[in-house]
Design a protein around this ligand. Structure first.
Ligand SMILES: [Zn+2]
Length: 608
């Protein structure tokens, strides 16, 4: 058997050859009008894995309705675990689609790209003669240069559908503002949770699985692909990276100074001019000026910034035809891969430096920003490629709405994007979470936070917080009743932490996540989501026949208390009208008061 024939035999035997038609995606077969259902998507993922040794199919969890959470691994040597891929010198790119399943461009673009990578690029080279024998040599020659090298230094993790259950709530009426595909999935999970608000609190089983996957792979770069809502403009694709203050400074400089200039110019050259994903200062009115703000860490690109990794949020424009949006997403992935393959040593180095920096005392010596606000003092003038529009007064509602034309117009408008910290904190050496708050401990574990267990009941000197007049939102949000107002005083105390309590030191790569989760004023803290709501409830009560005489006696015996009581009455004229409130005021000044109520159970262990 000659060598060529042998290789042909081997390729044919190990990896069944698929015809070009069999490796056309559902999207392509529909001429760009439709997107596949879950089952079709999974079958295609398996076809890709079966067709190439470079592609592996795996699942990173199971959804509440019992579906596999799919993950494709693309590696030039067919490696399937992070350790060996890193040992081979490659970095890891995680691409995620369909966290909002109605926004399915990333799924269709990613499946096409992986197919092209392994049939027209590196995959072809690796598979030897088998492909050529198929008579697709011309295609390979045409495309080879475009795809060659895209996975030389980067391995890809691809989640075609993250929110798999929401994806199967499939129909033509799921996105009222959107121009195709003909049918699509639904925004939220089967339990009505938005996964793109769940990165910190991790209520959804899908998110818990995602966090475990993320810890295991710790990707070097992340892309999350969505579709906009909002105004009309010319751009097919807009983007956001967390470069406004939440991320490590070295990575921020690399994103702003290198990645984004190269990526935006690469996209423009490829025929897709891009613009940051902005809000308008006045609703839907681009001429009012543009705003970019720090992304909260409950969102994907905000979360990976806390984990010291760059994340690119992609938002294709809902009014553009679906085919064009998928093609733009495809180009976005190609352009990103080109840059990552050139920049991989730098990314590797910057990610390591960012992880190392947060572990140093110098990092804890700086105020840590928990929240930001957009400064309205600072703006730059930019050209925004919008479309002409009229403002219409509605006869139906009396309100205003914007009627967009198809006439392009570039508006020169101010862009506001300077964000300043509005809440800062000095990080302690560690936080200690009492053993009884098991839900909180398990969330910390999910975020890859290392903790030390308190082995015996131990008295620890901590800073504690006592809350004043907390308030809650009037409606549930993402399945919880979050706080809307958080104020507290801090005080030092020696407190017994029972065996099994967990100590999370801040000298670890996840320091930013620890702070945002455990500082009550963190952006998306567990306290703000309501994880600690029971501490605000009063659980023991007095009878009036006990408290009335006791209060009278306290006033008679304690002139200071009498003065304080007069002050309380003077400060709030309603105070005295509420008998329960008045007597409770006295209870709080007796030894019967609940000393744990309103006190944050998590303690800060300050540095020496
Ligand atoms: Zn979205």
């Amino acid at each position: 058997m000659n060598r060529v024939l042998f290789l042909f035999f081997l390729a044919f035997y190990s990896f069944p050859l698929f015809s070009q038609t069999e490796l056309l995606t559902f999207f392509e077969r529909s001429e760009g009008k439709r997107t596949p259902r879950y089952q079709e998507t999974i079958e295609f993922c398996h076809r890709l894995a079966d067709s190439s040794p470079l592609v592996s199919y795996t699942s990173f969890g199971i959804s509440p309705q019992g579906r596999d959470l799919p993950l494709l691994i693309v590696d030039k040597d067919g490696l399937t675990d992070p350790t060996t891929i890193r040992s081979a010198g490659r970095i890891l790119l995680l691409v995620q689609a369909c966290i909002h399943p109605g926004e399915s461009e990333g799924k269709d673009a990613g499946l096409m790209l992986i197919r092209d990578l392994v049939t027209k690029g590196a995959g072809h080279r690796a598979q030897g003669a088998g492909r050529r024998a198929q008579g697709s040599e011309n295609d390979i020659e045409d495309y080879g240069s475009r795809f060659a090298g895209l996975i030389d230094h980067v391995s890809i993790l691809f989640i075609p559908i993250f929110n798999v259950d929401g994806h199967e709530r499939f129909g033509p009426y799921n996105r009222i503002n959107q121009n195709g595909p003909e049918e699509m999935g639904w925004r939220v999970t089967a339990t009505n949770l938005n996964l793109n608000r769940d990165f910190l609190k991790a209520d959804a089983p899908e998110m818990r699985a995602w966090l475990k996957m993320y810890n295991q792979w710790n990707p070097d770069f992340f892309i999350d692909i969505h579709t906009t809502d909002g105004a009309d403009y010319q751009y097919v694709l807009t983007y956001m990276m967390e470069t406004l203050g939440q991320m490590d400074k070295g990575l921020t400089s690399w994103c702003d100074g290198l990645f984004l200039p190269e990526w935006t110019s690469g996209m423009e050259t490829a025929g897709y001019p891009v613009f940051p994903y902005v809000q308008f200062r006045r609703w839907h009115d681009p001429k009012s000026g543009l705003e970019r703000d720090v992304a909260p860490p409950m969102l994907s690109q905000g979360y990976v910034a806390l984990r010291n990794r760059p994340g690119l949020l992609v938002e294709t424009h809902m009014l553009k035809p679906y085919k064009q949006r998928v093609e733009a997403s495809y180009q976005c992935l190609v352009t990103t891969l080109e840059i990552l393959n050139r920049q991989f040593p730098e990314i590797k180095k910057l990610n390591q430096q960012a992880d190392a920096l947060v572990q140093t005392p110098a990092f804890r010596a700086q105020p840590f920003p928990l929240q930001f606000r957009l400064s309205d003092a600072d703006s730059i003038m930019v050209g925004f490629r919008g479309v002409m529009y009229d403002t219409i007064r509605s006869e139906l509602t009396g309100g205003l709405w914007f009627k967009y034309s198809s006439i392009p117009e570039t508006f020169t408008v101010p862009l506001f994007s300077t964000c300043v910290p509005s809440e800062t904190i000095m990080l302690p050496e560690a936080y200690v979470v009492p053993v009884e708050w098991q839900d909180v401990i398990s969330i910390l574990r999910l975020h890859g936070i290392s903790m030390k267990e308190v082995v015996h009941d131990t008295t620890i000197l901590v800073t504690s917080y006592k809350f004043n007049a907390p308030k809650w939102r009037s409606n549930p949000y993402e399945g919880r009743l979050p706080l809307s107002h958080i104020e507290f005083n801090s005080f030092s105390e020696e407190k017994v932490f029972p065996a099994g309590s967990m100590i999370a030191e801040t000298s670890q790569p996840t320091a930013r996540v620890i702070a945002q989760l455990l500082e009550p004023k963190g952006d998306g803290s567990l306290l703000s989501w309501g994880f600690f709501n029971p501490i605000f409830e009063q659980k023991e009560y007095f009878e009036f026949y006990v408290m009335e005489p006791m209060a009278k006696q306290m006033l008679e015996e304690d002139p200071e208390l009498r003065a304080a009581f007069e002050e309380a009455k003077a400060a709030d004229s309603n105070f005295i009208k509420n008998q329960w409130q008045v007597l409770n005021w006295f209870l709080e000044r007796t030894p019967y008061r609940d000393t744990k109520r309103m006190v944050y159970p998590v303690g800060r262990i300050e540095g020496r």
